[in-house]
Design a protein around this ligand. Sequence first.
Ligand code: SF4
Length: 281
Amino acid sequence: MACPFLKEGRARYCHAAPVQKLILDGPGAADGGRCASAQYAQCELVTKNGVQQDCCPHLEEIRVQYCGVSPVMKLVPFSDSQLSSCTSNTYRYCDSYLLLARPHATAAPAHLLYTPNHFWLDAEESGMCHIGIDGFLADVAGNVDGITFVTAHGTHCPALALTVHGVEWPMSFPNPLMIQKVNSRVRSDPTRLTADPYGAGWLFEGWELPGRTRAGLVSGPQAAAWQAEERGRLSDEIHETHAPGCDGGSPVRGVAQLLSRQHLVCLFQHFFSNRGWTVEA
Ligand code: SF4
């Protein structure tokens, strides 16, 4: 499925010019001027002994695609692969799309798969995958001070370290992925991770290894039941360590920011280190 902001049109260019500049056709566009009239004969790029025609034989028309919301219109020929992320489901991770289509969205898309240590996996039919942390981890952390990518290319279990309230949480996605790139924007602006964990805060992009990348992950109602179980387990742990005897209330968003270093390390080990399922998956 293509991005709803991807536009298509026709454009013209001169194939005799040293630099080929595409000009979009359509309402409000220039009409081709001298190139599209008999005046083309006056152009210095046209050989003077040719047969006179209604428009210049060097004027070409092609189909193009362009982003309808980008401030700079860049026309790309249909045959070019530069816009491949706009013509597949990968558009969901484009900043321009996210800004307009889901400015305040934090809800998890229904098709995601989850690992027991709170990563999500978005695996497209094409094999392209994106990985990020889930809303549970984002809520617990509240804020992430820094992100270090341990694996950035090649076939590995994607790994990184999050710095949360001065404590480093080394995390890895439990299954291998052929990693193509990491989201460098979350490295320079880690707030993206907790503000939009399912969109602008994505972490890894790569190709699925059939039978391996999604092995053992859960989705749908099974994932929803597990997420509810995890919230209950978190509530129990926080009450045990910080409010023994108190049996009500859910931990606030950013509860990690209120914990001591020792408790933060325990919290990480109990919920986000590599481990198996705490409920039957
Ligand atoms: S650049 Fe982004 S918003 Fe524009 S068409 Fe491509 S995916 Fe959509």
